[in-house]
Design a protein around this ligand. Sequence first.
Ligand code: COA
Length: 200
Amino acid sequence: MSPAIDLPLPAPATLPLPSRQRFARPQGVPASPGEPVHVRDGRTLHLRPIVPGDVAAMRRCFARLPAEDVRRRFLHPMSELPEPMAQRMCRIDPACEAAFVLMDETRAPAEMRGVGRIYVDEASDSAEFSVLVERDWSRLGLGALLMGHLLDECRRRSLAELWGYVLIENRPMLEFCRRLGFTTRLIADEPGTAQVSLRL
Ligand SMILES: CC(C)(COP(=O)(O)OP(=O)(O)OC[C@H]1O[C@@H](n2cnc3c(N)ncnc32)[C@H](O)[C@@H]1OP(=O)(O)O)[C@@H](O)C(=O)NCCC(=O)NCCS
């Protein structure tokens, strides 16, 4: 009888997973892992695409915002971010939307510190943007970082223009846009509001 050969058994981790596990995305895990952002004051955030599981963090972020920033972001006062609206904002349609979040993962649960998003308007070959950075994290280049990702996304989609509405009292945002090369024009039928736009 030939001697028995000790064949090494494959380590469990090398066994292929069933396809339903290989391709399934566990709930709450982002579609893309994103990237760390080393903020110039020494803190670290995590930049990634928004996911449906971000609703609670988005609502907590909204609750921390001063009324002025809520009005500047949404162009009118809002006392709370209703859950259905937050769900709609976190469950994007990738065909016509993109949104990136800056997450503070030093907190449990992780806190949202910034959001940038675009809505594509295919008819005009353009996208409308919005951007928000929490005050405690402002003037650190994070708004510009989010805008850079939105611009990359617009170029990836071969869009011709990125534009947004800004209250004319929102001097920081107008300065922010001016520095990025946007042009500003007042909107005749929306007193107090300007449209900023950048040809791509
Ligand atoms: C506007 C906003 C997004 C800027 O975000 P931010 O992370 O502070 O921006 P950055 O640090 O990238 O700043 C980039 C440049 O914008 C300009 N800027 C930003 N905040 C400014 C301020 N308070 N005053 C003057 N200029 C300002 C500056 O030129 C700045 O560059 P600098 O810091 O080197 O001088 C943020 O203040 C915000 O979320 N505001 C409330 C929401 C809002 O107004 N959204 C816009 C409507 S969609």
